[in-house]
Write a protein that binds this ligand. Structure first.
Ligand SMILES: NC(=O)c1ccc[n+]([C@@H]2O[C@H](COP(=O)([O-])OP(=O)(O)OC[C@H]3O[C@@H](n4cnc5c(N)ncnc54)[C@H](OP(=O)(O)O)[C@@H]3O)[C@@H](O)[C@H]2O)c1
Length: 339
């Protein structure tokens, strides 16, 4: 399988490392041989060789802030030009997320699908804003568009719904979809104030310098929209759902909830009401006996309510270099692996 990597940052490099580590497993278990033919990155530079690139060399070149520009097989052009001219079977889109416009990722995804490449992405933008359209385009071209890494990173929550819960009706999905806010709420339970906890989260690299996307709930809202469209088959945009973050929660409110046997969590939720798909993001007091209440720190979790099994909860990482790279590997195996 010839792979094109667009975006060679944390996730792109994590996936490249997995291709190297798991080369034998992929061949033995899935009869899958990966050949990365192109890498497109904005500042680090771009490479293309139809015979395949040396991934170890590429990883070494970008370690400690280095560039691909020092290597052979230079491609002269931007990511879109690379997608349009490359011969590849699958494109991995791992550039930065813009949840307002979905760009540049949506243009990359469309160009690859139009060319007849399968696509996997970890980028929430195109999926939260344009999923039905992109699925339609993929169907039209006879290829697949998968996006496991957009919610809960490599913890396979979308595959769980699509493949493993086959034949079940899912009536509600509710979860902790943002690790930063869950870390902040967990720390505040120890009696620390919001501002000092946010500062600590920023120092530890859990929160951005401008933390709005996390603390105001927008990141969770994008994931709620992906769940609504991917699992409930709706055609929603993030603005369709109410969204409230954690900025008004105080240590006092957390302590009072604890006395009532409850714990505050920022909950992203999608459910069916009178056959209509509803969604929301808001802090909720969760009963301490519920599996979601025990999920602390930067971990993510989701509970599916089904007609066949009742509740099923999956708990796992929601971010990370290898964890998110692994989500793209799952999709690639589903697309190209043979058992
Ligand atoms: N990291 C995680 O744990 C995680 C988890 C779930 C989902 N995601 C999503 O996965 C995607 C990648 O995340 P990341 O952590 O790898 O981000 P990152 O480290 O910032 O890497 C993004 C890469 O994309 C490149 N890029 C940006 N615009 C580009 C363009 N127009 N053409 C080509 N390359 C471009 C950047 O290039 P330069 O740096 O050279 O400018 C950078 O190397 C994001 O959408 C993110 O939201 C990440």
């Amino acid at each position: 399988m010839r792979v094109l990597l667009i975006g060679f940052g944390t996730v792109g490099q994590g996936l490249a490392e997995l291709f190297i580590q798991k080369e034998k497993l992929l061949k033995d278990r899935y009869n899958l041989e990966i050949k990365v033919v192109g890498i497109g990155d904005m500042l680090k530079g771009s490479l293309y060789s139809k015979d395949g690139l040396d991934l170890e060399q590429a990883l070494k070149a970008v370690s400690s802030g280095g560039k691909l520009k020092v290597l052979p097989n230079q491609f002269d052009g931007d990511a879109l030009a690379l997608i349009k001219s490359a011969e590849a079977d699958i494109m991995v889109e791992a550039t930065y997320t813009d949840i307002k416009t979905g760009q540049p990722a949506t243009s990359h995804v469309k160009a690859a699908l139009e060319k007849g490449m399968h696509v996997t992405t970890t980028n929430k933008g195109p999926v939260a804003l344009f999923l039905p359209e992109l699925i339609e385009l993929a169907k039209d071209r006879g290829v697949r568009f998968l996006y496991e890494g957009t919610v809960m990173s490599g913890s396979p929550m979308l595959n769980l719904a699509r493949e493993t819960l086959a034949g079940s009706n899912i009536t509600e999905v509710k979860g902790i979809l943002n690790g930063t806010t869950n870390y902040i709420l967990s720390e505040m339970e120890k009696g620390n104030g919001y501002d000092e906890t946010l500062k600590k989260a920023q120092e530890l690299g859990y929160a951005e310098a401008v933390p709005d996307a996390d603390v105001l709930g927008w990141d969770a809202l994008a994931k709620v929209t992906i769940i609504a469209n991917a699992i409930f088959g709706s055609n929603n945009k993030p603005d369709d759902f109410p969204c409230k973050g954690i900025t008004e929660i105080t240590p006092k409110a957390i302590a009072e909830a604890k006395e009532r046997g409850k714990r505050f969590k920022l909950i992203g939720k999608v459910w069916l009401e009178d056959d209509k798909v509803k969604g929301s993001v808001a802090p909720e007091e969760i009963d301490i006996s519920h599996p979601l209440a025990g999920v602390m720190g930067a971990t993510n979790a989701i509970t599916y309510t089904t007609d066949t099994l009742g509740d099923i909860t999956i708990v796992g990482p929601g971010a990370g270099r290898v964890e998110t790279g692994y989500s793209a590997l799952i999709d690639i195996i589903h697309i190209g692996g043979k058992r």
